[in-house]
Design a protein around this ligand. Structure first.
Ligand code: UGA
Length: 442
């Protein structure tokens, strides 16, 4: 049965969720305070790069099931299921999450809801937020107790957002057990098709649902930092971390995924989520439980400085006056997101040490230029490599993986390639007379 749904916030999470809910057959209104974003989405343009999302968006706008607006009144008037998908960035100068956007949606929306409704929070929030917001909603809404607040965290990965929304590994729903309301019934109706296809739904309390999300991201970050710590040991011992990862990854208890050593994790989620998690645990008096995440963060940040050192030694011990080509600025391939991108951060650090840095990324040029306007933005990978003393591959785009030495060797000054993601075939480069250096490899 088609349900009337509003989605607040139209960033990666909200825009994808709105389009995918319409794809499931619901009538959806996506709401954002940013009129420019709303206008773009309404005309079928996705304001960021996400493979496959534009087709889902356009198809559903055309069918009339999906529209966008800046009006909370319009959304509250037509929808009785509300999803909250605004951002929770890191606070300036603190580890904690800034929940002001989430609070704002509730303060603006709740007074407009005058009939029974369910609000599902999807944003990543500090544990305890949902309970607080539930109380606030009941205070502010003319419908009072008839408005329920539940938590339905989102696990989508950028680059796979549509697939992760329509075919997630699991759905998690946190409800207030003291209220015994309709939230679970409504969620089962919204996600009916997914549940029919066998996707598990875990129903729990609000605090557990909030913690499932942050602990999942903390685990993923820990897994990446674990393998990067092994890379450091492999480098010291003359061993090979890629073979090590393959070998331990065969153990089903460990698994091979998220064991790729390299320049570490970045993006708008993992780094800020582990910090916010530590901050919240501290507030709850459980800080000792998460002190290991400090080490996870430290190992991760060390990858960036260590890559700068590798570039420096490839340039003969000093970056001053050197020419460095950086291939990849996005925090990962198939994304134009450069938030806390290790690649862009390394490019910036190298430039600050006196090198001329030329960068190229298939999709993230515009966002990178906005953040680091002083780097040289090349027209192609080959253009970036022009006159380079060293070529650094820092985001594992397919285009760079497939590159062959003859593509760039006529333009570089020296045949040095550094593989910051262990994504290249080392023999291909060595056989062509290049010096190849990966991470945690001989
Ligand atoms: C992450 C989680 O994977 C999602 O489940 C979660 O929903 C999302 O955060 C979120 O909280 O919204 P995402 O930020 O899109 O998703 O990126 P990931 O695919 O997790 O990659 C994060 C970083 O780790 C990237 O910089 C990537 O290059 C790096 N990484 C990943 C490694 O260095 N090694 C690996 O083996 C895997």
């Amino acid at each position: 049965m088609a349900m009337q749904i509003a989605v607040f916030g139209t960033g990666y999470l909200g825009a994808t969720h709105a389009a995918c809910m319409a794809e499931l057959g619901h009538d959806v209104i996506g709401v954002d305070v940013d009129a420019g974003k709303v206008e773009k989405l309404a005309s079928g343009d996705v304001p960021f790069y996400e493979p496959g999302l534009d087709e889902v968006l356009r198809r559903n706008i055309k069918s009339g099931r999906l529209r966008f607006s800046t009006s909370y009144e319009e959304a509250a008037g037509c929808a009785d299921v509300h999803f909250l998908g605004v951002g929770t960035p890191q606070k300036k100068g603190e580890f904690a999450a800034d929940v002001s956007y989430v609070n704002r949606v509730i303060e603006d929306l709740a007074p407009l809801i005058d009939r029974p409704a369910v609000i599902f929070g999807k944003s990543t929030v500090p544990v305890g937020t949902a309970e607080r917001l539930g109380t606030r909603v009941r205070e502010l809404s003319p419908a009072g107790d008839a408005v329920e607040l539940a938590w339905n965290p989102e696990f989508l990965r950028e680059g796979y957002a549509v697939q992760d929304t329509l075919r997630p590994d699991r759905l998690v729903l946190g409800v207030d057990p003291s209220r015994n309301g309709r939230a679970e019934t409504v969620a089962r109706a919204v996600y009916g098709d997914l549940l029919d296809s066998g996707i598990p739904l875990i129903v729990t309390d609000l605090a557990t649902a909030e913690l499932v999300k942050v602990s999942a991201n903390a685990f993923l970050a820990t897994k990446i930092s674990f393998i990067n710590a092994m890379a450091e040991v492999c480098e010291a011992a003359g061993a090979d971390v890629s073979v090590l990862a393959d070998a331990i990854g065969h153990d089903a208890r460990i698994g091979r995924k998220f064991l790729n050593a390299g320049i570490g994790f970045g993006g708008g989620c993992l780094p800020k989520d582990i910090r916010a998690f530590m901050a919240r645990a501290g507030e709850l008096g459980a800080d000792q439980a998460l002190t290991f995440l400090r080490e996870v963060d430290a190992i991760n940040m060390r990858r960036r400085t260590s890559m700068v050192e590798v570039a420096k030694s490839a340039c003969g011990g000093s970056l001053l006056g050197a020419r460095v080509a950086v291939l990849g600025c996005a925090f990962k391939p198939d994304s134009d997101d450069v938030r806390d991108s290790p690649a862009l951060n390394i490019a910036g650090q190298i430039q600050l040490q006196g090198a001329a840095v030329s960068v190229f990324d298939p999709k993230a040029m515009e966002n990178s230029r906005r953040l680091f306007p002083t780097l040289y933005y090349a027209a192609s990978a080959k253009d970036a490599c022009n006159g380079a003393d060293v070529v650094l591959v820092l985001t594992e785009w397919q285009e760079f993986r497939e590159m062959i030495p003859s593509d760039i060797e006529s333009v570089v000054r020296q045949r040095h390639i550094v593989d910051g993601r262990n994504c290249l075939e080392s023999d291909r480069w060595r056989d062509a007379g290049w010096s190849y250096q990966g991470v945690g490899r001989r």
